[in-house]
Design a protein around this ligand. Structure first.
Ligand SMILES: [Zn+2]
Length: 51
């Protein structure tokens, strides 16, 4: 189940590869990965609160 994120290089939504879940400083969940096309790092904020 690949998340899609905004790639600043492709300037569009792209599928994320090497996706991992991270918790940001404000305790929000995010997905961190790389653009499947160009490999640029991308984040997607998932919105939910970490447990
Ligand atoms: Zn890209």
């Amino acid at each position: 189940m690949a998340e899609k994120g905004y790639c600043v290089k492709c300037k569009t939504l792209k599928e994320m590869k090497d996706e991992e879940r991270v918790t940001m400083k404000n305790k929000r969940l995010a997905a961190k990965g790389k653009c499947s096309d160009c490999g640029t790092g991308m984040y997607k904020i998932l919105g939910g609160k970490a447990q």
